[in-house]
Design a protein around this ligand. Structure first.
Ligand code: CTP
Length: 412
């Protein structure tokens, strides 16, 4: 373990120093101190580690206060679970500080009641064996691996295994986590774990809030292998438990989650994922799913726009650029791009890269100085000039001026 901890490719030296500093302060408070969960899992897999989850047998908030006193930074405290987030000084980095605890789930799917406990209890409350390992940080024990549930063996066997059959009943969001780990590491759930995804646990999942479910789907869409994960969510019956109208996902569409950076559209992997997933649905189905998953208005609009645009394509093909532009102008750019990706309709790309930028030379001020009285004619004339440019009727400023004179001369 020590060798892995000291490998700068897995753990940057400044993070190792940070862990040593935390451990030293925990020791002054006589609190045994461990780093747990994904950190240990990824280190053992030889993958660079991300988040630091530190567990102490003692009061994590007290440790947090001490760290702020000695090293600076800020502390966010959560008294319900006696945990804290230490925001490091002059950095956006943070460390989760957790009081070792036991959890009792009084009602399936609800948040658990917790009591302080030992590190062993703390590991036994967790989701999967591969996430239930700890590395001791303080004193003589530095670098010692605690693995009471054979997580290391399961890493070797490439298996995702729940700690007990009720695990998904207690917390059905773990089903999404299992799917994420399966695809991310190319592991597989063992039989007991797959069996725990059953009508009973799916019923509890059905009762979860839209926000919790969407958060899990968001995390899936953030992953490199998102398409395979979404497909697994559908094939295991999880999607249906969320909402009966959620369709399957076309695995090949997964490639489209990577945005083309040359286009000047802000990339948004999650929005793109939901659009690709729900684009073939009817309007009422889109709204019903968006409602269930508590989508923001913006996300709902993007998905709805993509679905509507895809259905309108047959009526738009062969249209003049000005007609395309008129139809597309009020839709989110990302929705247009999503429909382009699955249809390869060139007009959509022309709109994104060219047509939407086309403007006549004439401005509202020019119309005013030519004596046009304020009113809807302003917009109409500018729109007609723009349409003429878009459709290739105008090619020079002189032609535009001539058309303007004509338009100003005509009553409408
Ligand atoms: N955990 C759990 N049950 C959950 C969520 C989290 O038991 N529903 C535990 C696991 O031990 C997990 C740890 O809390 O390892 C930290 O959770 P999180 O940061 O979400 O996951 P990571 O293990 O860091 O994994 P990932 O790489 O997916 O973020």
């Amino acid at each position: 373990m020590l060798r892995l901890l000291r490998d700068p490719n897995l753990l940057p030296p400044e993070k190792l120093t940070l862990l040593s500093n935390i451990a030293a302060q925990a020791q002054t408070l006589s609190m045994p101190c461990y780093v747990v969960g994904g950190f240990v899992r990824d280190l053992l897999l030889g993958r660079p580690v991300n988040d630091l989850d530190v567990v102490v047998e003692g009061d994590a908030i007290q440790l947090g206060k001490k760290l702020v006193e000695v090293y600076g930074g800020k502390l966010t405290r959560h008294f319900k679970f006696n945990t804290a987030i230490w925001h490091l000084p002059d950095s956006t980095d943070f460390v989760d500080l957790i009081t070792a605890r036991k959890e009792i789930y009084e009602k399936p799917g609800a948040l658990p009641t917790v009591t302080p406990a030992t590190i062993d209890d703390d590991l036994r409350r967790r989701d999967f064996t591969i996430n239930a390992m700890a590395l001791r940080l303080d004193g003589e024990g530095f670098g010692e691996l605690l693995d009471p549930l054979e997580g290391q063996t399961d890493l070797g066997r490439e298996v995702i295994r729940v700690l007990h059959p009720q695990s998904f009943m207690d917390d059905p969001t773990r089903i999404f986590r299992a799917i994420r780990y399966e695809e991310r590491y190319d592991f597989a759930m063992d039989v007991q774990t797959l069996d725990a995804i059953n009508p009973e646990s799916l019923k509890v999942l059905h009762s979860l809030s839209g926000e919790r479910l969407r958060h899990e789907l968001d995390l899936i869409l953030d992953e490199e292998d998102a398409a395979e994960m979404v497909l697994r969510v559908v094939n295991l019956g999880v999607a249906e438990a969320i909402h009966p109208k959620i369709p399957t996902f076309h695995a090949e569409d997964g490639d489209y989650l990577e945005m083309d950076v040359r286009l000047d559209i802000p990339a948004d992997r999650r929005t793109m994922g939901y659009m690709l997933w729900f684009m073939d649905l009817y309007e009422d189905e889109v709204f019903s799913i968006a409602n269930r998953l508590e989508f923001s208005n913006e996300l709902t609009l993007s998905v709805w726009a993509a679905a509507q645009l895809k259905k309108s394509l047959p009526y738009l093909v062969e249209s003049q650029p000005s007609v395309w532009t008129y139809a597309l102008e009020k839709l989110p750019l990302l929705s247009i791009y999503a429909v382009y990706l699955i249809s390869r309709e060139n007009a959509l790309l022309d709109y994104i890269s060219l047509w939407r930028h086309v403007k006549p030379y004439t401005t509202g001020d020019d119309l005013k100085s030519r004596g046009l009285l304020p009113g809807p004619r302003y917009g109409e004339i500018l729109e007609q000039l723009r349409a003429a440019w878009l459709d290739g009727v105008l090619t020079t400023k002189a032609e535009e001026d001539a058309l303007l004179v004509k338009l100003l001369g005509s009553p409408n």
